[in-house]
Ligand binder design. Structure first.
Ligand SMILES: [Zn+2]
Length: 394
């Protein structure tokens, strides 16, 4: 067995109704909080912002709300949020919502304690590759979707519109200190968003299982998450109020976040980030889904190792197949899940993505998100990435 480092320092409070513990948990010692939420107003309309503010106020916490985060969040809001946190002396940054709000909370918490611009700290693409020497303010994550796993990993994804780059940033200081995962907060998520975010969690697990940097702990969480998602995502899509399905998906998503902490996403995510950097209206999980059959078929043809495990975790009986077909049972299972989640009709052309974009998309994936290629179990260069985009297109 190879050697590895295991580090996952976030405290997780999990379960239906657990949001109320925000008022009583001993793990929230701060007195002034910046609450980071999305710009769409959904968190206010559902009353969730008031509920969180009231829970924190009841324990004497002053709350400042920052509500400008967009679905594919951008650096400008990170800089503004950090300026507010610094100027008002916030002691903690609380992210409430999906991945974009919590990711932004992490980036704001870091920049609030470090000089310069956010992009100075990005490690790939045109980023300045600086280290945040002062760490970050404590981060609390309250997740309302089962998608990014951000509550259990150090990753924040931000887009720089000036350079058309969507890049993940992550340091030890960006792990949430405390995360509250309450499946009751997820019941109102519409079926499409449930499907997109659930597929994102699936791919974090699948990619972390295939990555060359996988370790025994990430393997365990990855296969368990894959099997829960294959079973429960179709139920959560069809019946959003089913609290058992929401709970299963919530934990699978958190497991997938732990997988991202212990292992890593491979270049499937690099290719998707290129799509949503060029076409920000494409939801991350949708972009991944549109790429996935072509991407994983291409990888499995060149290196079939470990795919059969994933197929079996998704419920495929591979014992009846000839050896050379066993890895591709994963592709069969993937197609079934895409259909069961109602995402069969998602196509590049629907979002205006053009075939002529492919060389630029491939170049963007290889440069802006180069890290994913380093842990992908096959070598991929410009021609390989263009081929995968073309296969996904047809
Ligand atoms: Zn993702």
């Amino acid at each position: 067995m190879d050697s590895f480092t295991y580090y996952m320092p976030s405290r997780l409070i999990f379960g239906a109704g657990k949001l109320d513990e925000l008022a009583t948990t001993p793990w929230f010692p701060w007195k002034k909080a910046l609450l980071v939420i999305g710009a769409g107003g959904a968190m206010r309309r559902t009353g969730l912002v008031d509920r969180v503010v009231n829970l924190l106020s009841s324990r004497g916490v002053e709350v400042i709300v920052y509500d400008k985060i967009r679905p594919n969040p951008e650096v400008e809001q990170v800089e503004e949020g950090a300026r507010i946190a610094r100027e008002l002396g916030c002691e903690v940054v609380v992210g409430l919502g999906g991945g974009s709000s919590i990711d932004s909370a992490k980036s704001i918490a870091m920049l609030a304690r470090n000089p310069g611009h956010y992009w100075d700290y990005i490690a790939t693409g045109t980023g300045g590759k600086k280290k945040p020497l002062n760490g970050a303010l404590p981060i609390v994550a309250i997740t309302t979707t089962a998608g990014t796993g951000t509550e259990a990993d150090p990753w924040s994804v931000q887009t720089n519109p000036a350079t058309k780059e969507k890049i993940g940033w992550g340091e030890d200081c960006a792990f949430p200190t405390l995360s509250i995962i309450d499946p009751e907060l997820m019941v109102s998520l519409p079926p499409k968003q449930t499907a997109y975010t659930g597929m994102d969690a699936l791919f974090h697990s699948v990619e972390g299982y295939l990555a060359t940097c996988h370790q025994p702990g990430s393997d365990l969480y990855a296969l368990d998450a894959v099997s829960r998602i294959a079973k429960w995502l179709p139920v959560a899509v069809k019946d959003g109020g089913n609290i058992e399905a929401r709970s299963q998906m919530a934990w699978a998503n958190t497991e997938a976040g732990i997988v991202e902490s212990l292992s890593a996403c491979i270049s499937h995510h690099s290719l998707e980030h290129a799509i949503s950097a060029f076409y920000p209206e494409v939801a991350h999980g949708c972009g991944l889904t549109m790429l996935s059959v072509a991407y994983f078929t291409d990888v499995a043809e060149r290196n079939p190792a470990r795919f059969e495990d994933l197929a079996r975790a998704m419920g495929e009986d591979t014992s009846v197949l000839p050896a050379e077909q066993k890895p591709f049972a994963f592709i069969t299972a993937l197609k079934k899940l895409i259909a069961a989640a109602g995402l069969e009709d998602e196509k590049f052309s629907k979002y205006g993505i053009k075939k002529s974009d492919i060389p630029a998309l491939a170049h963007n994936a290889l440069t802006a998100m180069s890290g994913g290629f380093k842990v992908t179990p096959v070598k991929q260069e410009q021609a390989d990435v263009e081929r995968i985009f073309a296969r996904a297109y047809s």
